[in-house]
Design a protein around this ligand. Sequence first.
Ligand SMILES: Nc1ncnc2c1ncn2[C@@H]1O[C@H](COP(=O)(O)OP(=O)(O)O)[C@@H](O)[C@H]1O
Ligand SMILES: CC(C)(COP(=O)(O)O)[C@@H](O)C(=O)NCCC(=O)O
Ligand SMILES: [K+]
Length: 269
Amino acid sequence: MTFLAIDIGNTRLKWAMYDAPRPGAALLAHGAEFLEHIERLAEGPWSKLPAPTHMLGCVVAGETARRRVHDQMELMLGWNFEPQWVVPSVHEAGVSNGYEHPLRLGADRWVAMIGARHHILQRGNERPLIVVMVGTAVTVDALDAQGNFLGGLILPGHGIMLRALESGTAGLHVPTGSVTPFPKNTSDALTSGGTYAIAGAVERMYQHLYLHCSMEPACVMAGGAGWKMVPSMTRPFELVDNLIFEGLLVMAQQRWGQDRVPQGVVGVR
Ligand SMILES: Nc1ncnc2c1ncn2[C@@H]1O[C@H](COP(=O)(O)OP(=O)(O)O)[C@@H](O)[C@H]1O
Ligand SMILES: CC(C)(COP(=O)(O)O)[C@@H](O)C(=O)NCCC(=O)O
Ligand SMILES: [K+]
């Protein structure tokens, strides 16, 4: 059994191939393509893969992007699985969706929260949890210790913040700068402003959640630009690069975990 996991964000498609559809499976291959290069997948990185038997993905980049990926899969000889895409629900894998309209939550946020909760539970006690994803947009989602998703923030990512300032002003066209506490040039002022805007939003959510749960939250961060945030965070954060894939593996196991030991056999010697 081989499992293909796909995450289509607004900037890049990330994919990973595992030897089984369950957490802990061995990673066989992985890659990322900017959305404008989706058409390279079949002839390029996917051409060397064994045929997946199962596939699960999440997409927030729209129907056209998903269709372009389906077209690539159809070009692959021997790929016969039915593509499945995550639809956020009211409850899955120990996480309850507190969104007013659960279906309107970004599928990537839902998968990341399920991955993060699984990740944290594996490492110890139930704790409140902050899940930060730094991609095209930034999302900051809060879960209580019981796995209830309480709500989350959406803010612009680094690129969108810079482009918005560039296009809305006459004098802000400068190269990328450094993050510093007291920026003394325009480049550093813009780069630091964006980074601390994200760090500040996360800190605020941390305080909200701490107050709500009376218990220190654990913090998990992911996304293509997550590494940029690490030095500027005000709380200890764990960077989990494959957070979405961990979530997809947890969900895949619920769908196809037929390798489970049959009931009644456990413990029999
Ligand atoms: N070559 C690159 N590799 C990784 N991250 C990049 C690269 N170029 C830009 N980035 C940063 O990562 C962000 C995209 O991260 P990603 O997680 O792929 O976003 P999304 O999930 O929204 O597609 C960009 O907005 C940018 O800040
Ligand atoms: C917030 C997002 C744009 C993040 O997208 P990304 O940065 O991962 O490309 C995406 O999760 C989305 O479109 N969400 C739907 C709206 C919502 O979650 O409320
Ligand atoms: K994403």
